[in-house]
Design a protein around this ligand. Sequence first.
Ligand SMILES: C[S@@+](CC[C@H](N)C(=O)[O-])C[C@H]1O[C@@H](n2cnc3c(N)ncnc32)[C@H](O)[C@@H]1O
Length: 289
Amino acid sequence: MPQLPLSSEFAHRNAIQAKPFVKWVGGKRSLLPELMRRVPTEFNNYYEPFVGGGALFFALNNDAAIMGGGGVFLSDINADLIKTYQVIQRDPEPLVIKLREHAARHCKDFYYDIRGQHHLDDCVEIAARFIYLNKTCFNGLWRVNSRGEFNVPMGSYTNPAICQPEVLRACHVALRHVDVRLRDFRKLDAAEGDFVYFDPPYQPLNATSSFTSYAKGSFGEREQTALRDLCLELHQQGARVMVSNSDTEFIRGLYSNAVFRFHEVRAPRMVNCKAHARGAVSELIITTY
Ligand SMILES: C[S@@+](CC[C@H](N)C(=O)[O-])C[C@H]1O[C@@H](n2cnc3c(N)ncnc32)[C@H](O)[C@@H]1O
């Protein structure tokens, strides 16, 4: 059973707090105050099965008063993302060196050269490619083709933050005793007293405006329904569950069981290529408590 990290002590000493090491579509940094205020005051283990950039995990980790003494279990279905977490968890220094090299060589040709390296074996190379592409690609998207190959074009940033050693080191400390796994959200073994935060790919507001693809395969109504069923099961087992999703009729209908409470919140919507279509939208935080 993993022990909780003591990273808030480290973070205060070093003035850098752990935070997401990637820009992640659907990342929850802007919703953090709304999420934090709804986290139960006490729980045993913490589970985040759609971890992505891990905004809530890192924020909770920086607040020793919220995180109790239980284990932390983070997972996601994106293999490169999880390998990157594991590299940072083990030792961030080889990754820092590789990212410095990538940053020094960054240009259009280098971007497409790295983008074409779909079958790397070395974990540090995979993690460096993942972070480099995330920081330099268009809008920080992670989109893959039917063969699972990353295919986002280069973005146009003047000075992308490719290598952030202090952030990686703070994340390393935060992740030291955490269980990080590649797995589907359905493979979850939370139990009574545990807290689970689900941040799935959102149900699209309409067919073209939203981005829901983070890995090969899609997240449609069948997956949203399976997630709702899992929430009910976990509730029956005595775990507390918080879910975020878009505010649509489908999601409201799906979670209409009296077990669920709806909290409407406003969130900036970033992933839209048309500037006029960005702005605040209503989202739902759904809790079983
Ligand atoms: C909305 S994002 C999570 C964002 C995260 N909360 C953050 O702050 O960055 C949804 C995540 O779900 C993951 N995902 C998609 N389908 C999944 C599945 N079937 N099982 C587990 N994770 C999945 C994606 O890879 C993506 O990282």
